[in-house]
Ligand binder design. Sequence first.
Ligand code: GAF
Length: 382
Amino acid sequence: MTPAEISSLFTTHFDAEPEAVAHAPGRVNLIGEHTDYNQGFVFPAAINFGTDIAAAKRSDRIIEIVAVDYDNQRCAFSLDAIEHRAEPGWLNYVKGVCLALLAKCPQLGGANLVVTGNVPQGAGLSSSASFEIAIIAALSKLYQLDIDGVQAALLGQQAENDFVGCSCGIMDQLISALGKQGKAMLLDCQDLSQRFIELPDDYAIMIVNSNVKRGLVDSEYNVRREQCEAAARKMGCNSLREATLVLLESHKAALSEDEYKRARHVITENDRTEAMFAALGQRDIARVSQLMGQSHDSMRDDFEITVPAIDTLVEIIQQEVGESGGARMTGGGFGGCVVALLPKNLLLGVTKQVEAKYYAQTGLKQTIYICTAEQGAFDQNC
Ligand code: GAF
């Protein structure tokens, strides 16, 4: 949505001009799944789907917000009495972000906000992180808060961990804040350092939504995190980032079978993620293909977060692209999307194969998005 379009929506709802607009993208993760909260590596790109917000200051301490995509639902709360409520669920992201922001920037005041977005929800493409970062970006512009992209990401994560109730890592918020056009980011979640790499011009990011709905808070996400932390503890490590396969084998007897398998996924996934960055740099697509395939197998067999429909989708795409591209489930798991990195000239063929086979094999209809890597809300070049 253009700034003019979101501004005009604001005028429709508040009968005034907005003083700030912000856009924050969703993300796709190319490899490095469930590694972020284990202090490991992830390799996401911000995508051309996101959340748009227009905002204007108020003289009181009320946040009033219209959610265009929820039937223009209008809600309000005071910055002095922020409480979690089950309904409407989306408002807790706004409240959580405001609470986190207030602790850092007490000068934050009231605001009228209009929000709309096009990140598919519950699909593993970070609609929530994009919402959180868009709110932070809009309020920062409005009140000229001194916040950079990393701080914005940490505030968004804090809102989600402490207020919404999902123990997510930092990946989604950080790429939504600091993504770069045309590039993927190798993020070291231990020190939050970032390295960017240009995605090949002749390659496309294809995202295929399995349309198996997932919910992070309700799913086993938090259980996986606890299992990883237990495995690290039992191996005497601060996090699984410090663990190796040799260490894991030597502690096998002390770990439950689940803890062992979760740790094996994380340790090998960290290696694959660094290797993928190197392989893309060398344009070694056969290696990219192999690494994405291994990542998917590890999520299926060791981390146990894929579902049969997703496995089917990945197989259909892998058969069609062979060694000239890669495919794997992306995001938290238990449904959601598959990401494929493939030559643009294979897009049509793969689309046809997915259309012909996915419904026949699963009874589900996919949705396909061809994505580009986009700038984050706090990228300096914005
Ligand atoms: C979700 C979480 F929000 C991320 O932090 C990350 O853990 C991801 O699942 C799995 O890689 O998107």
